[in-house]
Design a protein around this ligand. Structure first.
Ligand SMILES: [Zn+2]
Ligand SMILES: [Zn+2]
Length: 362
């Protein structure tokens, strides 16, 4: 590396300062507080609302357009997301889209190839003002533009909700340390862990073309973002944890929001496509294993593996065709129903006209 590091004059003291203050003040408050449970509950509530706004908002909605959101939902996600103090949704999405497009290369703003701590937070401390890239679609949204202009002020207002609770309960200091300071540090580092730990520790069930890993331990902390291998393979899917037992709070929230009409067009990759990618990865690993096995057993197993793979491929194609045939069938049925309804309406009109004529006779 040539030249000296250029530290961002705002981000660097903010990240280091909040962490240092939290390390000193939080343990003292934990020992001395008379209302710790309530302070922690407020902290957990804020952490959840803000973390979900990053996962379901900044990430899945704005960066990846994985679903469509009502303006009220966009307003809430942008307001609470601002309190994460991770810049505006527009800037976050711009950097994140570059991360996906150029993952693991020098163009990736938080490439893991420059080391764990670079990907975790040094990139934030070194970041300088650079033009927005590939976010023209987001700039068309007036709410996104409003948040981009005022994100720091909006974030400050939302982040100070615990201070208002503190004033009302005569415990301002306690809520500032636990509900604001501790919450800021937890929000920062849980998000940062996806860029660092989820590119180092975990499994690669769907692809090994990049460093992203599925990590079930990170998922609850980040409201579902831990399944990062799946996510890098299919970023447009509104889910990250696709199995019922995989913790994905943002996915559950989006399904619930779709029931009440605040979210729709939730995009999901067909199961067969996911299954096929998983099979291809497994086959790659099993073939590598067979390459080191004794030729007497390897040959037989290789033949068996190839035939099992072929059988799986056929079964998956047949399943996909069956699913599509239902869709075609359903479309045909709908068209036929519309036609029949129109026929009934026309016949009814004819009946009424005739009835009118007959009644006039009397
Ligand atoms: Zn990533
Ligand atoms: Zn992403």
């Amino acid at each position: 590396m040539t030249g000296t590091r250029r530290w961002n004059p705002l981000n660097t003291p903010f990240l280091i300062g909040t962490l240092a203050l939290a390390v000193v003040l939080v343990p003292i408050q934990i020992v001395r507080s008379h209302a710790l449970v309530f302070e922690l509950a407020v902290c957990a509530g804020m952490y959840t609302a803000i973390g979900l706004s990053i996962a379901a908002g900044y990430h899945r909605l704005f960066s990846h357009r994985a679903y469509r959101a009502h303006w009220l939902l966009r307003f809430l996600l942008l307001s609470f997301g601002a309190a994460a103090f991770q810049n505006s949704a527009l800037r976050w999405s711009s950097d994140h889209r570059v991360h996906h497009r150029h993952v693991d290369t020098d163009q990736d703003p938080y490439t893991i190839k420059k080391g764990f701590w670079h990907a975790h937070w040094i990139w934030v401390m070194e970041s300088s003002s650079h033009p927005l890239k590939g976010v023209a679609d987001l700039e068309a949204d007036p709410l996104v533009r409003w948040q981009h202009r005022h994100h720091f002020l909006i974030g400050a207002v939302v982040a100070l909700i615990p201070a208002a609770i503190g004033l009302a309960t005569h415990n301002l200091y306690g809520h500032l340390v636990i509900g604001l300071l501790l919450r800021i540090v937890l929000t920062h580092h849980s998000t940062f862990l996806i860029n660092s730990a989820a590119h180092v520790f975990g499994t690669q069930p769907y692809t090994d073309a990049n460093t992203a890993r599925d990590n079930g331990l990170l998922a609850p902390l980040t409201f579902g973002e831990g399944y990062h291998n799946f996510h890098h393979m299919w970023p447009g899917d509104y889910r990250n944890g696709i199995r019922w037992y995989q913790w994905d709070t943002a996915k559950w929230l989006l399904v619930a929001l779709s029931w009440v009409g605040l979210a729709d067009k939730l995009r999901r990759i067909p199961d067969e496509v996911i299954q096929r990618a998983k099979l291809a990865m497994e086959e790659k690993r099993l073939t590598a294993r067979l390459a080191t096995a004794h030729p007497s057993v390897a040959e037989e197993l290789r033949t068996r593996l190839a035939s099992a793979r072929q059988r799986m491929d056929h079964a998956l194609v047949a399943l996909q065709e069956q699913r599509e045939s239902l869709k075609t069938h359903r479309d045909e049925w709908r068209t036929a129903m519309l036609k029949r309804r129109a026929e009934v309406q026309m016949a009814w009109a004819e009946w009424k006209a005739t009835r009118f004529l007959v009644r006039r006779l009397a």
